[in-house]
Design a protein around this ligand. Structure first.
Ligand code: OGA
Ligand code: MN
Length: 303
C-alpha cells in the first residue's frame, strides 16, 4: 500500500488516502505521513476503525503520550483509557451529560481557540482526534495556521511578540466562560511560561504560539498584555488562516499543536452524541527552552 496526500489548501491541511492506522505503516508510508504532517500541520485520515489501544499505538509513533488531565478534575470518572482524553459529551454508561454537569462546563472551554496542553510546562506536540459518532449538524472543528498568521502579521506586532514569554493557565481560559476551577485544581495546575513565537526547525517557518489559556505576558502590564493577546488572537483567526473540518464518522484528524490553534464549534450536545476521543503526543521540552528564553522566576512569584 502507498498512501496518498491530497492537500486541502496549498500549505495547510491535507487528506491522507488509503492509510489503515490499525496496523503499523510501512517505513515508506510512515515517512510520507510524517513529511506531510510537518508540511500541512493538519492531516485527515478518513474511514478508520480503531480500538483505543490501536489509536494510542499509532499516536506513540510520534513520541511519548501526554496523558489526559480530565481525570484530574474533581469527581470525573473516565470512560476511556487514561491515555486518551475523552472530549465527547458522553458519560461512562454511554448516556449524554446533563445540562448542569461540571464536565460539560469544563469542556465548553474547547470552543475557545487554543492549542492543546499549553497550560502545562511541556505542552502537546500533536493531537490525534478520533470521531466515532457525529451530530448531524454543528460540531465542526476549526484550525488556524499560526505560520501563515505570522507571515502576514504587521511588523510592529512581530516586534512586540518576538522573544516574549506569556503565562498560560487552564484557569485563565475557563474564567473567560465563567467556569470556576476548585482550589485544589488551581494549585495542581498553576500558570506556566510559554514562548509567544516559535521557530520550527523542520520547516524553517516561524509561528505565533497563542491560546485562550494565555492570560499574562512577562514584563507587560496586565491590561496591555490582555489587549495585545486579543489583537494577536483576532489577527491569527481571520478566515484566510482557518480550515473548518466537517467531520464524518470514523475520521481521525491529527494536528500539530506547535503551529496551529483549534476550536470545536457548538452543536446540540444535549440531544446528539458526539464521541470524540483524543490521544496526545508530548512536546520534547518546554517552549522557552526550545526558543532559548529564560523565564524570570520573579514573574511567577509576583502572581
Ligand atoms: C481537542 C479539542 C475540539 C472538538 O480534542 O483538543 O479541542 O471539536 N476538540 O472536539
Ligand atoms: Mn483541544
Amino acid at each position: 500500500m502507498t498512501v496518498e496526500i491530497w492537500p486541502v489548501t496549498e500549505s495547510f491541511a491535507a487528506e491522507v488516502g488509503d492509510a489503515d492506522l490499525s496496523t503499523p505503516l510501512s517505513a515508506e508510508d510512515w515517512q510520507t505521513v510524517e513529511n506531510a504532517f510537518h508540511e500541512f500541520a493538519v492531516l485527515i485520515f478518513p474511514g478508520q476503525t480503531l480500538t483505543q489501544q490501536q489509536h494510542v499505538d499509532f499516536t506513540k509513533r510520534f513520541g511519548p503520550i501526554d496523558p489526559s488531565m480530565i481525570t484530574d478534575l474533581d469527581g470525573v470518572k473516565p470512560r476511556v483509557l487514561t491515555y486518551i482524553a475523552d472530549v465527547s459529551n458522553l458519560l461512562p454508561d454511554g448516556s449524554l451529560w446533563s445540562e448542569d454537569s461540571r464536565l460539560r462546563g469544563f469542556q465548553m472551554g474547547n470552543q475557545l481557540w487554543h492549542t492543546d496542553s499549553s497550560f502545562k510546562e511541556v505542552p502537546a506536540k500533536a493531537s490525534l482526534l478520533y470521531m466515532q459518532s457525529i451530530p448531524p449538524v454543528g460540531g465542526q472543528t476549526e484550525f488556524a495556521d499560526m505560520r501563515a498568521a505570522w507571515d502576514a502579521l504587521p511588523d510592529d506586532l512581530k516586534v512586540q511578540a518576538e522573544g516574549r514569554i506569556a503565562r498560560h493557565a487552564i484557569a485563565y481560559s475557563r474564567a473567560r466562560q465563567g467556569f470556576e476551577m476548585s482550589e485544589t485544581e488551581n494549585t495542581s495546575m498553576p500558570a506556566v511560561p510559554q514562548a509567544m513565537v516559535r521557530h520550527h526547525g523542520y520547516s524553517g517557518r516561524t509561528g505565533l504560539y497563542l491560546a485562550s489559556h494565555a492570560g499574562r505576558i512577562d514584563g507587560v502590564a496586565d491590561d496591555e498584555a490582555a489587549a495585545l493577546l486579543q489583537q494577536l488572537m483576532d489577527h491569527a483567526t481571520q478566515r484566510q488562516f482557518v480550515y473548518a473540518h466537517r467531520w464524518r464518522a470514523d475520521d481521525l484528524v491529527m494536528w500539530d499543536n506547535r503551529c496551529t490553534m483549534h476550536r470545536g464549534l457548538a452543536y446540540d450536545d444535549l440531544r446528539w452524541p458526539r464521541d470524540a476521543q483524543r490521544a496526545t503526543v508530548l512536546d520534547v521540552a518546554p517552549t522557552c527552552e526550545q526558543e532559548g528564553l529564560t523565564p524570570d522566576a520573579m514573574a511567577v512569584a509576583a502572581e
